[in-house]
Ligand binder design. Structure first.
Ligand code: SF4
Length: 463
């Protein structure tokens, strides 16, 4: 079963499903070649991207991510400033250093294909990797699916999950306080007398020592802060051909110059700033923390920055509690619906992140467990049906601004819940089920294909 840390991984922009997942898949393929003593025999590797990976992969940097993974890089380890140079070297030399240890021929155009026609039956984010020996014989072949949030499943994993579901089996859960639904989570808190973060803490320290858990959480918070800082001082035009100008740096200067404001909503400008800074870094291929996806990576840090700067009680302990609650809520969505825009639209990315942030903020502001679940429910309820239609397949418009708007919605959802007693009409579990069904009913053109909505209103010249 998941750890909450799985939903906050340090990686690179612009997309968890289209860059982080494919990079991991490519690296894992090469690791397996090495394990089976096939790396030294490999003379060529071919990768084919299908479905949403093919349709929006160019704008999402999927090709670069795959090449980096083939070279043995990881999303959290790669030097983001060296990426363009390394890709240019492959294009110039037509050679790729497989696994960082074996130079093979590689023709970017022919060895990495975007197949926009073949239909994906299992999951819309499909890729196939094949390794050949010097005689052109197949050494290894793997089909994998990037299922959102940087998670990757092999075809065998998918079959095993299907078989388990058909047999009525549930995923094994060895946590001392297991939960799959909001109702389970409420029950665990009632049994233990602990808040949600307390239940999460017991589950997490059952698998690793508490100091390690805290330090992993705080490391992620530190990367989020560095990401905001970098976003606040980086100017220019974002890559991809849409010519979107970065706005965070100018807004930061304006807010600094303004000082104390009499405007009662001045705090919201700072929330907008934090989200814009993160999502501009993400769109520029910078270092971000997936939370729970990259397209929605600004919301969790924006709301936490808001809490740390403007609310009483800010402390490292409460940072850990915030991540714990947010991660527990992410698990409910992953388990019962989806966090993939290609599967359920943007409600599964920005909607989920807003719901996580709303619930987490509510706990650190002193809300009851019922108020936490209500805040999470409110934030998702008002994102139901949100489509994914990124212009030019880039994670820029509407994604960057959408994170700012959703961060404010998360804060407002928390305030609405805190104003009541936690009793509410629609349960979190019902809204999650509704999100899943709405995603299933949604036309494919609104699920990260850039073939509907805003995406067809603006022409983009890819570069
Ligand atoms: S519209 Fe939403 S789901 Fe689609 S790429 Fe942008 S942030 Fe991700």
């Amino acid at each position: 079963m998941y750890s909450i840390l799985d939903f906050f991984t340090i990686g690179i922009g612009p997309s968890s499903s289209h860059s982080v997942g494919p990079m991991r898949a490519a690296k894992s393929f090469v690791d397996q070649l090495r394990e089976h003593d096939q790396l030294s025999q490999t003379a060529r590797v071919k990768v084919t991207l299908y479905g949403s990976l093919a349709l929006t992969g160019k704008g999402h940097g999927t090709d670069k991510a795959v090449l980096l993974g083939l070279m043995g890089e990881t999303p959290d380890g790669v030097d983001v400033d060296s990426i363009d140079k390394r890709i240019a070297e492959i294009d110039e030399t037509h050679r790729l250093n497989l696994g960082g240890e074996r130079a093979i021929e590689f023709d970017h155009e022919n060895d990495l294909k975007f197949d926009r026609k073949t239909k994906c039956k299992v999951h819309p984010n499909q890729m196939k990797l094949v390794a050949y020996d010097a005689e052109g014989e197949t050494l290894a072949e793997q089909v994998v699916y990037s299922v959102g949030g940087g998670f990757v499943l092999t075809a065998a994993d998918v079959e095993a999950i299907k078989a388990a579901k058909a047999a009525g089996l549930k995923r094994p859960d060895d946590r001392p306080y297991p939960f799959r639904t909001g109702a389970d989570l409420l029950a665990r808190t009632q049994e233990t007398g602990l808040p949600i973060s307390g239940v999460v803490r017991l589950n997490e320290i059952a698998r690793r020592p508490e100091p390690e858990f805290r330090s992993e959480v705080l490391k992620r918070w530190q990367v989020m802060q560095q990401c905001v800082e970098k976003g606040c001082r980086t100017e220019g035009i974002l890559p991809g051909g849409l010519k979107v100008r970065r706005r965070a740096a100018a807004l930061y200067r304006k807010l600094q110059a303004r000082g104390q404001s009499q405007d009662p909503l001045a705090t919201l400008d700072w929330v907008d700033l934090y989200a814009l800074a993160v999502n501009e870094e993400n769109a520029g291929g910078g270092r971000v923390v997936t939370a729970p996806t990259n397209g929605a990576a600004g919301i969790i840090p924006a709301v936490l920055h808001y809490y740390m700067r403007f609310c009483n009680g800010a402390s490292e302990d409460n940072v850990v509690r915030y991540f714990s609650v947010a991660g527990a809520l992410a698990m409910l969505y992953k388990e019962n619906a989806s966090i993939s825009g290609a599967e359920v639209g943007c409600q599964g990315e920005v909607g989920v992140a807003a719901s996580m942030a709303a619930g987490a903020l509510t706990e650190v502001l002193g809300g009851s467990v019922k108020q936490v679940l209500q805040a999470a429910e409110i934030a998702m309820e008002h994102h139901l049906g949100l489509t994914c239609d990124p212009i030019g397949g880039l994670v820029q418009v509407p994604c960057i601004e959408r994170n700012a708007v959703a961060s404010v919605t998360a804060i407002n959802s928390s305030r609405l819940a805190l104003a009541g007693d936690g009793e509410h009409h629609v349960s979190l579990d019902k809204v999650i089920a509704t999100m899943r069904r709405t995603g299933a009913d949604m036309s494919a053109k609104y699920k990260e294909t850039a073939r509907g909505g805003l995406a067809i209103e603006v022409n983009v010249i890819e570069c």
